[in-house]
Each structure stands twice: as structure tokens, then as C-alpha cells.
Design a protein around this ligand. Structure first.
Ligand SMILES: *Cc1c(COP(=O)(O)O)cnc(C)c1O
Length: 431
């Protein structure tokens, strides 16, 4: 399958090149040249397929023959080695838990799939080593570190803001070693991101290093997120009732993958983009004006994004027709106080412990369902244990550490401290 750049200047590339490059040379995001709907029969018989079989059907048109069937099936099998359960909250609301992977956030699936695709392409030709350079405010770093650990031909360099990620998150990035290096930046997340962007444009570096990114702009991280929506649909007992999904959104990669699943034919009535006070998209749907702003810090920090990079992909699906888009997308924004209230409400009424991101998803769904009749699913994108300092005071209970967290929490942190771009560059040039 060919992918074109949304800035429409750079030439089309194969899946392989889109994965290796990340972003097109004209700085546009890559988008599939064609989207083919899946057979009606497939949806009818979804219940009979395993998750791995579903994932293969869903992704194969995008990978085409660039990864042979056997290898692609193996990549999918390794990527999906955990559960994606639906938990019922009440008769209209359930949650799809996406946090049962190794780092307990939904980003595990995309990171694991992308890592294995890159590993496969590297094995094919003895191309030069690829260096994955990524800035994280918390969750991305851990998922990428775990997903890429031991992948041959790939080095991973993660920049994170010193003192600004949770203890669990820091341990997940700094204790793996091997091909993973954590750079602890004396600065904010925005500083980390600015350094990464500068590195991608630095001709001294890119003339000798194969740099790529591992955030959701990369098609191999973005597209496998389509799987979740099929797994959810498969688990629904009543497939005759309208289905809506509420997705806690920051960079809008996850929700855009859901909307791609709908393009493949998945019968979803509406998507709800639930955001914190970083309300660029809810405002856009209200006013028709897309007005990016500097991000504001919230308790759902993985969604503190002031210019969601994947939203252009959603606009591309709808060919920039906002009235058509609104038929499939609603969007609401919530404050931290409302989010804490929702966490408390879910615990007291349904004995369900949501993390702050899932709670925002719940609120968006609840708002939509006050005016519409449907069965709603909100995505729980991280385990509450990743945000202990926020969750425990609200629910007034201690949360037991799951095995994945116990495993890293006592390991020794290893990081390299840097404070400016020159130090990053020096590190990349000698490593
Ligand atoms: C990354 C993240 C999100 C936002 O996902 P996008 O694809 O960027 O919209 C939501 N919740 C959690 C826990 C995350 O880590």
C-alpha cells in the first residue's frame, strides 16, 4: 500500500518507507492511498475469530506484501499477548480496558507493533542502524522502551523532563538498559520535544544517523490502534443496538484509528472525543475555527496537547467537510475538578476505579448519552496505578501494585542528565 503526505508535496512511499521515515520530508503526516471496506461476512462472523485473526484482516491491506503473511501474523501474535476486556458499568455504559499490557497504558500495542515492523525491515537488508528518538511526558516513553527492548538494529533514545514524570513512569523508562537510553532533561516536556524536533532537522546528525520518531504520527504506531474497536465490537452481547465510543484524546491518534475502523465498515454510530481543558477540537466543532494554543497542565497529563497532530488525519477522512464530520464526531471538554468528581462517582456507585484519562472518557460518554440513546463504551487508556498521586486521595483507598509495576519499581534508575541541545547532539554523535 502506498502512503501519501498530507502536505501533498513529498512523493508517495511504501508502508516500509513510511514506517522508517515517520514524517514525510515535507513535514506532512502519511495517510493511506486507499481504504478498502472489509466484507460484510467478516463483521457477521467476528465472534468466531480470535483477536489475532481479526487484527490480521484489519491491518493486511495497509502492509500489503511488504511483510509476508507468516511474519506479519507472528508480529501480531507477539504484539497482542494480553487481554482487552470490556467491563460493564451499567446497562448503557461499559469500558474497554486497554491497560493490560506490559507498561499498563494503551500505547503498548502501537509501540510493540511498530518495533517489530522496524525489526523486520532491518533484518531484511543490512541497513544502517535506526535510532528512535522520542520525547515523553510519561506514558509514551515507557511503552516505547518496553516495545523496542532487544529489537535488533534499533537504538532507542528517550528524553524526559526531570522531576515531571511519576515514579512508576520514570522507572519504566530508566531501568531496562540494553538498547534503551534515557536522557533526563533539566527542563519541561516542551523543552524535550523542541530538542527532538531540532535533531530531526540537524543536517550534521541526519547525514550520518537514521533518525526516526515513535509517536503516533508513525503509521505503524497509529494504525494498529484500529484493533481495539473491533475487539470491543466482538465482545458486545447485543449487536443490534447502536454503538458509540468515547475516547479520551490528546494527540487524537487513538480516536483517528477508531474512525479508520469505521471506514473499514465497523458499524459505529458516533465517536466522542473527550478532552481535558485543552479544548482545541471541541472548540473547532463548535465554531469551525481550528485554533491551536499552548498546552495547559492537567491531572490527565497524557492529553495535555495544544495542537493535536493527528487531527489532520481525521479531517482528511472527511475531506475537510465539517458538517459530514459532525455526523460521526462529537467532542466535549472537562476540568480537573469534574474529572475527580467522576472518579469518585464511579468508585462510589459502581465500585470501578478509573484513572484520570478514563474518567474524562466516561464524562464525555455520559454527556452524549443524556441526549442520545445508544450503548456506550469509553476507553480506559491507563491503569490507575500509573497515576497514584491523583487517584488515591480521590478514592481514599490504596491501590495494590500489579505484577508489571512491582517488577520495575525496585530496580535501579539509570539515566544521563542533559540540559541543552548541544549535549543531546554530542550524545547522538558519539553513540
Ligand atoms: C497517550 C494517551 C492518551 C491520548 O491518546 P491520543 O492518541 O494521543 O489521543 C490518553 N490516555 C492515556 C493514558 C495516554 O497515555
Amino acid at each position: 500500500m502506498d502512503f501519501y503526505s498530507l502536505n501533498k508535496i513529498a512523493p508517495k512511499v511504501s508502508f516500509k518507507d513510511a514506517v522508517i521515515k515517520g514524517l514525510a520530508p515535507d513535514k506532512g503526516l502519511y495517510f493511506p492511498n486507499k481504504i478498502k471496506r472489509l466484507e460484510k461476512e467478516f463483521f457477521k462472523h467476528l465472534n468466531y475469530f480470535s483477536n489475532e485473526e481479526i487484527a490480521y484482516e484489519v491491518i493486511k491491506q495497509f502492509v500489503a506484501d511488504e511483510i509476508p503473511e507468516r511474519e506479519l501474523k507472528e508480529i501480531i501474535k507477539e504484539t497482542l499477548s494480553f487481554d482487552f476486556p470490556i467491563v460493564t458499568i451499567n446497562e448503557n455504559i461499559s469500558t474497554l480496558e486497554l491497560f493490560h499490557g506490559p507498561t499498563m497504558a494503551f500505547k503498548d500495542v502501537g509501540a510493540r507493533f511498530m518495533a517489530r515492523c522496524l525489526g523486520y525491515f532491518n533484518k531484511q537488508e543490512n541497513t544502517t542502524k535506526v535510532t528512535v528518538l522520542v520525547a515523553t511526558s510519561g506514558d509514551t516513553g515507557g511503552a516505547v522502551a518496553s516495545g523496542f527492548l532487544d529489537v535488533k538494529g534499533v537504538d532507542v533514545v528517550i528524553l524526559y523532563p526531570s522531576g515531571k514524570v511519576s515514579e512508576v513512569q520514570e522507572k519504566q523508562l530508566t531501568t531496562l538498559g540494553k538498547n534503551i537510553t534515557a536522557l533526563e532533561v533539566d527542563g519541561t516536556f516542551d523543552d524535550c520535544q523542541a530538542m527532538v524536533k531540532k535533531a530531526f532537522l540537524d543536517t550534521d546528525l541526519i547525514s550520518i544517523k537514521n533518525l526516526t520518531s515513535a509517536n503516533s504520527i508513525n503509521v505503524a504506531r497509529w494504525l494498529p490502534q484500529m484493533f481495539y474497536f473491533f475487539f470491543a465490537y466482538k465482545q458486545l452481547k447485543n449487536k443490534n443496538r447502536d454503538v458509540v465510543f468515547s475516547i479520551p484524546s490528546g494527540n487524537f491518534g487513538n480516536i483517528c484509528a477508531g474512525m479508520m475502523a469505521q471506514q473499514l465498515g465497523l458499524p459505529v454510530k458516533q465517536f466522542i472525543a473527550s478532552t481535558n481543558v485543552n479544548d482545541i477540537v471541541p472548540n473547532y466543532l463548535k465554531t469551525g475555527i481550528y485554533n491551536p494554543k499552548p498546552s495547559k497542565q492537567t491531572i490527565s497529563n497524557a492529553m495535555d496537547v495544544g495542537d493535536p497532530s493527528n487531527f489532520v488525519r481525521i479531517l482528511e477522512i472527511y475531506k475537510n467537510d465539517i458538517s459530514k464530520l459532525k455526523k460521526h464526531l462529537s467532542s466535549y471538554s472537562f476540568t480537573d475538578d469534574e474529572t475527580r468528581e467522576a472518579m469518585k462517582y464511579l468508585k462510589e456507585n459502581y465500585n470501578y476505579i478509573a484513572d484520570p484519562h478514563g474518567a474524562v472518557g466516561y464524562l464525555g460518554l455520559k454527556t452524549y448519552l443524556t441526549k442520545n440513546n445508544a450503548q456506550g463504551i469509553f476507553l480506559e487508556t491507563a491503569h490507575p496505578v500509573k497515576f497514584l498521586d491523583v487517584v488515591e486521595p480521590v478514592i481514599k483507598e490504596t491501590i495494590e501494585l500489579p505484577a508489571q509495576i512491582k517488577e520495575v519499581i525496585d530496580k535501579e534508575k539509570v539515566s544521563i542528565k542533559i540540559s541543552n541541545y548541544e549535549e543531546l547532539k554530542e550524545f547522538l554523535l558519539i553513540s
